[in-house]
Ligand binder design. Structure first.
Ligand SMILES: [Zn+2]
Length: 268
């Protein structure tokens, strides 16, 4: 099997996970910027994090023949502090030309608050000014449907944003259609304890087809399964999906979206 892991927080994983990904057929891993499990106290904490994402993790992945890409932002959980958000957003442009940076992400909403929405709009503006792809996080704990609608409207309000250059992640049965209808890509996140299981993800594919959809593990410091994508490919095989269709979902689709960034190279 060959596949792309389009959403994994490798800074919080051990090196053995890189070995597991590489041996399972992963060709490239993409790492959106994320909450660290605690609130960072200053912009300097983010500068070091961006250096980790653009310098250290690509080198760690390369030891196992894995390409490593990343996305940069201040995550929604930390965007209540508007002054911190402003300072972190000001740091991002100096990192955008680094060779493994794909765009701005994972931005979005967590509690659907007013400040989160304001910082989301600032990130969308940053992406538009620098012609970057966008990866969006949709809320898990609060109202996902409401949060998704707020995000879709914020994206549509900025006329510079082309919908096909935005992926909305963590979609579920009740949000996938709205995302796809707006012309965006949709990501399904596979979690072991809650949210979207491999079986549910394949049900969603049954319902909505395989156009502009991808799957990811979003593995991080919490309970998560770094091999969730190949596990779900196995579930597809168990349900007798054709090998070509499985390959499209786990390999060709991520490449089609990510290749819109001039920095993404199809792994050889
Ligand atoms: Zn994530």
């Amino acid at each position: 099997m060959r596949y792309i892991e389009p959403h994994a927080h490798m800074v919080s994983r051990v090196t053995d996970d890189y070995v597991a990904l590489a041996t399972a057929g992963c060709a490239a891993v993409c790492e959106p910027a994320f909450w660290a499990g605690f609130d960072r106290s200053s912009p300097l904490g983010f500068r070091d994090y961006f250096r980790q994402l653009t310098e250290y993790e690509p080198a760690r992945a390369a030891r196992y023949g894995l390409a490593h890409y990343c996305w940069l932002c201040l995550n929604p959980k930390e965007s209540e502090d508007l002054k911190l958000a402003e300072e972190v957003l000001a740091l991002i442009p100096e990192f955008l030309d680094r060779p493994n940076v794909l765009g701005i992400g994972e931005i979005g909403l967590n509690k659907n608050s007013r400040n989160e929405l304001r910082v989301l709009e600032q990130h969308i503006d940053l992406a538009a000014r620098h012609d970057q792809l966008i990866l969006v996080h949709t809320p898990h704990l609060e109202d996902k449907l409401k949060g998704t609608r707020l995000i879709l409207d914020a994206l549509r309000a900025d006329r510079r944003i082309r919908p096909e250059r935005v992926i909305i992640d963590h979609v579920e049965e009740h949000t996938a259609k709205a995302v796809l209808d707006r012309g965006h890509w949709a990501g399904m996140t596979l979690y072991p304890v809650s949210k979207c299981s491999p079986a549910r993800a394949v049900d969603i594919l049954d319902r909505f087809g395989t156009e502009r959809l991808w799957m990811n593990s979003a593995c991080d410091w919490g309970e998560s399964v770094p091999l969730a994508v190949p596990h779900t490919a196995l579930e597809m095989r168990r349900r007798r999906w054709p090998a070509e269709t499985i390959d499209r979902v786990v390999y060709q689709n991520p490449i089609a979206f990510l290749s819109q960034s001039p920095r993404f190279r199809v792994p050889q």
